[in-house]
Design a protein around this ligand. Sequence first.
Ligand code: TZP
Ligand code: MG
Length: 228
Amino acid sequence: MAPKDVDYSLYLVTDNTPAILGDRDLVSVVQAAVQGGATIVQLRDKTSDTGDLVRIAKELHQVTKPAGVPLLINDRVDVALASGVEGVHIGQDDLDYKTTRKILGPEAIIGVTANSLEEALIAARDGADYLGLGAVFATPTKENTKSIPGTAGIQHILTRLAEEKLDVKTVGIGGINAKNAQRVLYQSASATKKLDGIAVVSAIMAAENPEEAAEDLEMLIKIPPPFA
Ligand code: TZP
Ligand code: MG
């Protein structure tokens, strides 16, 4: 399948926990992030029940769709279908890629978490649109990350994907912020393939000004680092 025309450069993953969202409104924070330059959004909510998830997804979609920003749902294919969003992000313990594709069809964006080279190769060969590679750094936002390949581990994965001519898109996730974003992109790049973007939770969701935080990150991503 031809790669979809999706900009993965600044991938916002939402978090509704009090430690990150505080008492702010999720939709307003996402709206600000989209205004600031988030290019794709994933609704990641491990606590709301199904009915609430569909309602939240529809509310977010009203913000993302007019901006041309795809909205994906973490874990839940049923919620993605019910809310009419652009796709899903599935982990290794969720519904498998092939079944997910069968349910959502060829147009849906389907991303898969890969914590290792083996997981990355399997998901890419299966035809995933993109891989979430991480954790780049240990992060309090997700404490049970299976492994932390770091930028060197990600570089190795990117090299192997290129060797196999798997043109899957890739984003790094885990502990990425404005201080290290350029370094992550630069240090993880192989001679043959680089990350298509960075995925962040707290760097935007917990920022005092999510619009500015997204703007700053997008600028850093676009400008080549001085040491490149
Ligand atoms: N998957 C791997 S790390 C992570 C997820 C969802 C959390 C990333 O959060 P943060 O705040 O950007 O470090
Ligand atoms: Mg999952």
